[in-house]
Design a binder for this molecule. Structure first.
Ligand code: PHE
Length: 447
């Protein structure tokens, strides 16, 4: 994308699809449901939705806005805008930490992309057919305890990502997202329909939407905040980079609302598809990162047409993961390409291989290297915690603080095309509520 420095999205639709392609991924279907399960259900969902609306939305808008004004890669955009606003160049750190965060996330994201690939193969080979919860659980644990298999999945996934980014064919993918995203949504509807036949749908609804506030702790609130960033691809310079290709005529607030609604609907849909199966089979809601892999195959193995639906589902999941992974590699590649003499292809290979190597450490933490490394966490959890709970919120905080306090207020208001009331609401949220929210959650979560 660096070569397109002054290029623009061909239409608002393309932009929405690219942003949604980045946002909708494993975070929605794999991560959201298991986080709900680990954090006790509806109270977490409620805080998550609040974080999306009051913090995620303004930060998404400000990342796009900064990108559109800066017209460069995130690090250069930030230092350029800081210079124009006569603020310290150190603001560039917001862009740099985003790039590092993207690299770290890609490493473990690809490992889960590999799981999704393996499950795609499993659905074709009929591995789910007629299995009970124990059989499906054994399949998942067998995969986790097999480093060679995990490495194979991780490697194939990363090769796909490197291949796509090296060719710079992101545009072609956007066309595909246009078709695949609705199909994914439709499949979730089918799975929710299956959930209704289990007789445990009501229980799932209560679990997800009827809060038991006693389950809420500072830790779960921080997890909800971190996930709001993760799922919207915030705090990583990605949305900033996308914003740099954005035309002046695009309504940022309206576009953000569209992307956020798509993202949230898919995440909630995944929860509604999964929890009825969890309750119907007395599975453990808090079983962690394996949750979708031990629940959905049970449904596919025991419903009519399950083989083909399973195949479609895991293919689509892999595809959603790919469009997100591409957006994770892109800023790293762009940065290396601009700062070193390496060509685009070489920069892609270097960044991809680096993330692949780190991913190997992450996948070994599921088996041969399971002892905790630091703070009682193994490599996989450490990478996830460091990025989701620390780097993304802090980087996003930097973006919103800069937009609200360093840029000229009137020009930001103009750029957002706000009415008089809109201006006051935006200023209160962007200057106080969103930053205070991030800081409060961050500090209480860490102590
Ligand atoms: N938002 C993506 C998801 O929900 C993950 C992602 C995070 C992608 C950060 C890009 C950047 O799966």
């Amino acid at each position: 994308m660096a070569k397109l420095a002054h290029a623009q999205w061909s239409s608002r639709m393309t932009f929405v699809l690219a942003a949604a392609g980045s946002a909708v991924g494993l975070g929605n279907i794999w991560k959201f449901p298991y986080m709900v399960g680990e954090s006790g259900g509806a109270a977490f969902v409620f805080v998550y939705l609040l974080c999306i609306a009051l913090i995620g939305l303004p930060i998404l808008v400000s990342e796009w806005l900064l990108g559109r004004r800066g017209q460069k890669n995130p690090a250069s955009t930030m230092s350029e805008l800081a210079r124009t606003a006569k603020k310290p160049r150190a603001w560039a750190i917001v862009g740099i930490s985003g790039i590092v965060g993207a690299f770290l996330i890609l490493s473990f994201y690809s490992v889960i992309g590999g799981w999704s690939l393996y499950y795609t193969v499993n659905s074709v080979s009929g591995a789910f057919s007629g299995q009970d919860a124990d059989g499906i659980g054994a399949l998942f644990n067998g995969m986790l305890s097999n480093p060679g298999l995990l490495l194979l999945g991780h490697s194939v996934f990363m090769l796909l990502v490197i291949g796509i980014v090296a060719r710079g064919v992101t545009k072609g993918l956007e066309g595909a997202v246009r078709i695949l995203m609705p199909v994914l949504a439709l499949l979730l509807v089918v799975l929710i329909g299956y959930g209704m036949t289990t007789g445990h749908f009501g229980e799932a609804l209560t679990y997800m939407f009827n809060p038991d506030w006693s389950k809420l702790t500072a830790e779960t609130v921080l997890a909800a905040l971190g996930h709001a960033f993760f799922t919207l691809s915030l705090g990583m310079g990605i949305m900033m980079a996308y914003g740099s290709y954005l035309g002046k005529e695009i309504d940022l607030l309206q576009t953000a609302r569209t992307v956020i609604i798509m993202d949230t609907v898919i995440a909630l849909g995944a929860g509604l598809a999964i929890f009825p199966i969890v309750f119907a089979n007395s599975l453990d809601v808090a079983s962690g990162p394996g949750l979708i892999f031990v629940t959905l195959p049970l449904a596919f193995g025991n419903m009519g047409g399950g083989t083909i639906l399973g195949l479609m589902f895991f293919l689509l999941l892999t595809f959603a993961a790919l469009t997100s992974a591409i957006s994770l590699l892109e800023p790293v590649v762009e940065f290396i390409e601009e700062r070193t003499p390496l060509s685009r292809v070489m920069a892609t290979v270097v960044a991809g291989v680096g993330a692949w190597l780190l991913g190997i450490a992450a996948l070994l933490s599921f088996n041969v290297w399971s002892e905790p490394l630091l703070f009682e966490l193994g490599v996989f959890d450490l990478l996830d915690t460091l990025t989701s709970k620390i780097m993304l919120p802090l980087t996003g905080l930097g973006a919103i603080l800069f937009t609200a306090w360093c840029l000229e207020r009137s020009s930001v208001e103009d750029e957002l095309g706000l009415s008089a009331t809109g201006k006051s609401v935006w200023n209160i949220i962007a200057r106080y509520i969103a930053p205070a929210g991030v800081i409060a959650v961050f500090v209480t979560g860490l102590i």
